[in-house]
Design a protein around this ligand. Structure first.
Ligand code: ADP
Ligand code: MG
Length: 394
């Protein structure tokens, strides 16, 4: 799960990371009021969307008066911000963060990620802040500092000092840098984060080290341990297909193809997507209906897959152990009767109660295409989709 910049800043500042003074607003009037409350003469108005690259896309504006704040807000509220991270459809702006503008001397990149090869938290830092890490890795790879944290002891003072020195932080500011690094690490590990990124972390003209931007992502499987963090979820920023699925306890990931997949088990779901590709098609989604799925659950999964308008054929692939083929077949029949579908549906069933399942499909009189193996199922789905697409095109 991702959260907004202002939320990440609040969490980090509770762990001792210094951030500029700022306040949230839901309307231009409120933004102007917030700026007056904050005081000062220059403010930064920042669109709160779950994506980076806002600055270049017009989602971060320097303002020096009430009027400029209104203008900046008018260009943001209710619009979609398209950055290189949002995809072409963009993300809706419904909140802005008003922050005191600070005088920047230096911009640093700071990231905390899970390093799978060492199974440890890795700190990635660079003296070249402001650019995306991918860009830094390409243009200034030598500037990147990496440091692995030993989980038994956490981030040590000496280790944090080493990072500060390798970034060329002045001796007088090293203590602030150590505090920042330790605060980020504590926030990361105590809240089961999967990522903390501060880009840029800045050294100001008046010798402060401040997080000017902040991004945090959390491990969905650990959210039950952090009810205060779960509450920060903002569905307006999520792919509606995926948040719908999460609400129903289904594991769904939307993709760009046309063949919808309804499968049990993550491994089989991956294999099904591979086989569709092998057969010359493109999967529209990953979907794992889980074990012991009732007909209603299968029907829900089906409706979810069909809610994607790109779907032009559906492949149901069930290898039933805990699941029951008859329940799956009932779910399929239920949906097909209810929706009057005009796209081809291929069903491959194997395992528990397979005969009953086949019988239900056969007796339904519905035009379900059946298959015995995964390869056969994928080939039938792809060829049915192709001939269907051809028929409707001509
Ligand atoms: P994004 O990464 O989405 O583009 P940032 O929060 O990093 O958004 O802001 C983009 C740039 O705007 C920063 O690199 C920084 O130069 C500037 N900026 C952001 N917040 C402030 C601030 N409070 N004071 C001064 N400059 C800021
Ligand atoms: Mg940034």
């Amino acid at each position: 799960m991702d959260i907004h910049e202002y939320q990440a800043k609040e969490i980090l500042s509770n762990f001792g990371v210094a951030v500029p003074a700022g306040a949230l607003a839901y309307s231009p009037e409120q933004a102007a009021y917030r700026a007056r409350e904050l005081g000062g003469e220059k403010w930064i108005v920042k669109a709160q969307v779950h994506a980076g690259g806002r600055g270049k896309a017009g989602g971060v504006k320097l303002c020096e008066s009430d009027n400029e704040i209104y203008e900046a807000c008018e260009g943001m509220f209710g619009r979609k911000l398209v950055t290189h991270q949002t995809g072409p459809e963009g993300k809706g702006i419904y909140r802005v963060y008003v922050e005191a503008a600070v005088p920047i001397d230096r911009e640093i990149y700071l990231g905390f990620v899970m390093d799978r090869s060492t199974q440890r938290v890795m700190i990635v830092a660079s003296s070249e802040g402001g650019m995306e890490i991918e860009e830094i890795a390409e243009t200034r790879p030598d500037s990147i500092v990496r440091s692995i944290v030993e989980p038994a002891v956490g981030l040590q003072e000496f280790q944090a000092r080493e990072i500060a020195f390798s970034l060329g932080i002045e001796p007088g500011l090293v203590q602030q840098m150590v505090r920042t690094l330790k605060g980020c690490y504590a926030a990361f590990s105590e809240s089961d984060a999967t990522m903390v990124e501060i880009n840029p972390l800045v050294v100001t003209g008046d010798d402060r080290i401040l997080a000017l931007d902040a991004k945090m992502s959390f491990d969905d499987n650990a959210l039950f341990r952090h009810p205060q963090i779960s509450e920060l979820r903002d569905k307006s920023q999520e792919d509606p297909r995926e948040s719908n699925a999460a609400d129903r306890g289904l594991a769904y990931v939307g993709l760009d193809g046309n063949i919808g997949c309804i499968v049990n088990g993550a491994g089989l779901a991956m294999a099904t997507m591979d086989t569709i590709k092998l057969a010359g098609g493109e999967p529209a989604n990953f979907l794992d209906i889980g074990g012991g799925a009732s007909p209603e659950r299968v029907a829900k999964a089906f409706r979810l897959v069909l809610s994607d308008s790109n779907v032009q054929a559906v492949l149901v692939n069930i290898f039933a152990g805990i699941n029951r083929c008859d329940w799956v077949a009932e779910g399929v029949v239920q949906v097909l009767k209810e929706l009057n579908l005009e796209i081809p549906v291929v069903v491959r069933l194997a395992g528990t109660n397979v005969e009953e399942g086949q019988k239900i499909l056969a007796q339904s009189g519905l035009p379900v295409i059946r298959a015995n193996t995964l390869m056969e199922a994928a080939q039938r789905a792809v060829s049915a989709w192709k001939s269907d697409a051809f028929a409707s095109a001509s």
